[in-house]
Design a protein around this ligand. Structure first.
Ligand SMILES: [Zn+2]
Length: 260
């Protein structure tokens, strides 16, 4: 079958076209001396990086060979699991955003919004969902480490699908909140347009108190987890605790009504 690249699939008859495709595949498989299952298996087999278990990671050395990553990993083994750092980071971001709002530095303000979510969700991921041997990779920040993928996993397991960042049609037009966060983090032209609109509406500046409360809720939850872990509670207990903290009170009421 040396001329397989020139195999003629063209036909106006659908059944005939299907037969020609099957004929082509049969010839190809016999030439490769492989079954369709073996071909699929070979296609799915990923080349494993010897330094890291995370698929697609291109590190050329173990992540902990980097002194900064090694320091973070070492810190992560401590009783607070880096949560004092996370707490301090969220407080700084909150205060910085509030100051930007006060001085109408809206570009700075919008570029911060994803950082708040990223710090919080990445923390829940590395604490409760990342496989142990993948933790150096996650802490390194090396790709693949996308916020979107991490958010999906945390949303499914910790928020039990109630997360709103990827929803649409709730006052955001065709954009999800995640789209807006990403646009802001990239400081793109749509973000500049938003900044212009915010300045044009400066005679009635938007209320930041609700947003500060949102960050404060993250801070309270992180601080609670830190308290549990520092007191010696295990990660499973802390995980159930954060799931409960993300469960609306109405859900508990429903469960209570179902109990005999
Ligand atoms: Zn890696």
């Amino acid at each position: 079958m040396n001329d397989w690249k020139g195999f003629d699939f063209k036909t106006t008859n659908e059944a005939e076209g299907r037969d020609r495709v099957h004929e082509f595949l049969d010839k190809l498989l016999s030439e490769l001396k492989a079954t369709p299952g073996e071909i699929l298996k070979a296609a799915k087999k990923k080349v494993q990086n010897p330094h890291c278990p995370v698929g697609g990671c291109r590190t050329k050395q173990p992540h902990i060979a980097d002194a900064t990553v090694m320091s973070v990993v070492h810190r992560f083994t401590g009783p607070d699991k880096c949560l004092r750092w996370v707490h301090a980071s969220l407080c700084e971001l909150r205060d910085s955003i509030a100051q930007d709002h006060e001085h109408q530095r809206y570009m700075c303000l919008i570029t911060r919004l994803r950082q708040v979510e990223e710090v919080y969700f990445r923390t829940l991921y590395v604490l409760f969902l990342a496989p142990t041997d993948a933790i150096p990779h996650v802490l390194s920040g090396d790709p693949p480490n996308s916020f979107s993928g991490i958010y999906d996993e945390v949303n499914e397991t910790i928020l039990e699908g109630r997360g709103v960042l990827k929803g649409s049609g709730i006052g955001f037009g065709g954009f999800s909140p995640m789209d807006i966060l990403n646009a802001g983090a990239h400081a793109d032209y749509k973000t500049m347009q938003t900044v212009v609109w915010l300045h044009e509406a400066s005679e009635r500046p938007f209320d930041i108190e609700g947003y500060k409360k949102h960050i404060n809720n993250y801070i309270i939850r992180i601080d609670h987890l830190r308290g549990l872990l520092e007191a010696g509670r295990d990660l499973d207990t802390a995980k159930q605790c954060i799931i409960n903290m993300h469960t609306p009170i109405e859900e508990f009421s429903k469960l209570a009504r179902k109990e005999p």
